[in-house]
Design a binder for this molecule. Structure first.
Ligand SMILES: NC(=O)C1=CN([C@@H]2O[C@H](COP(=O)(O)OP(=O)(O)OC[C@H]3O[C@@H](n4cnc5c(N)ncnc54)[C@H](OP(=O)(O)O)[C@@H]3O)[C@@H](O)[C@H]2O)C=CC1
Ligand SMILES: O=C(O)[C@@H]1CCC=N1
Length: 277
């Protein structure tokens, strides 16, 4: 850590929980974290970890180096405006909300002189951050300093891979890939397990083998120098079982379906922007 990292989460739900689990003990202590959430039951869970909590923004916010905006896009403007009185020039604001463009959030944080807050990073993380295996895309507005970038890189790097991108459109693409991606993978694993149970394996056997297959194939892809196509071909014996399976996936347009799903996620991000920013 290059400096003491103090964080306020605005919204203490799923994504804040995943990020904090990776950060606390690695990049900061529990006492460095402050959580604001409307929901008292959510705050109770945080308080049990030794984190300071509040139901509404207060002066504590002004002393936090980083604010992480982690409420649903629908509630972001209201949440941001309630925090604005406690913003100081040094505050690095990181939004993880899907769809809402960085400049809109910066404008909601404008001071009395009407100038937007541009020390702002838009980030798209994902829930495997919970176990330090996340994947995040990050983009910075022009007020972000080198030190801010380092802080964000260290924070998101502590919970997995962090990739910098150029603009909001690319963050929406990250949303369609790795933000929403864990859900596609869970669905795929569920389908594998259901298929195996249909063919006679027990649920436990199917789950163990499905998870090990995903994990093994992913690790092999990450560690191998070969392309994904070559690795796939090595599984696919001519006239064999894999070829039979891949023919079905191909005939039903598997790749096109996945890409259409990603387009739907990207388009929904654009809709969220139109509706809520
Ligand atoms: N879940 C995911 O996999 C990912 C989510 N994101 C983004 O993260 C953000 C949060 O998502 P997620 O964690 O899933 O959502 P959650 O609903 O789990 O968490 C949001 C929390 O914020 C609370 N809240 C609502 N309004 C306010 C407010 N004005 N001030 C303080 N707290 C408030 C909510 O309370 P209540 O429930 O009572 O409304 C809730 O506890 C979203 O913008 C989403 O797009 C990004 C990447 C991945
Ligand atoms: O579904 C959503 O809108 C959020 C953003 C990415 C993952 N979950």
């Amino acid at each position: 850590m290059t400096q003491e990292l103090t964080i306020a989460f605005i919204g203490g739900g799923n994504m804040a929980t995943a990020l904090a689990a990776g950060l606390i003990g690695k990049r900061c202590g529990a006492h460095d974290v402050h959580v604001i959430d409307k929901n008292p039951a959510v705050l109770d869970r945080w308080a049990q970890q030794g984190v300071s909590v509040a139901q509404a923004p207060d002066a504590t916010l002004a002393g936090r180096r980083v604010w992480i905006l982690a409420v649903k896009p629908q509630f972001l403007k209201e949440a941001v405006e309630s925090c604005r009185p406690f913003l100081v020039p040094d505050t690095l604001v990181v939004s993880v909300a899907a769809g809402i463009p960085a400049r809109a959030i910066g404008a909601w944080l404008a001071g009395p002189d009407g100038r937007p807050h541009t020390r702002l990073i838009r980030c798209m993380p994902n829930t495997p951050a919970l176990i330090g295996s996340g994947a995040s895309g990050l983009m910075a507005l022009d007020g972000v300093t080198q030190d801010d970038r380092l802080v964000a890189q260290q924070m998101l790097g502590a919970v997995g891979e962090a990739v910098w991108v150029q603009d909001d459109a690319q963050i929406d693409a990250v949303t369609a890939l790795s933000g929403s991606g864990p859900a596609y993978v869970f669905l795929f694993i569920e389908a594998l397990i259901q298929g195996a149970v249909r063919q006679g394996l027990t649920d436990d056997q199917a789950r163990t083998l499905a998870l090990a297959t995903l994990n093994g194939a992913t690790q092999l892809a990450a560690l191998s120098h070969e392309s994904l196509a070559v690795l796939r071909e090595r599984v696919t014996s001519k006239g064999g079982t894999t070829a039979a399976a891949l023919e079905v996936l191909d005939a039903r347009g598997f790749a096109a379906i996945v890409q259409q799903a990603m387009d739907a996620a990207r388009d929904r991000a654009a809709e969220l922007s139109r509706e809520f920013s």
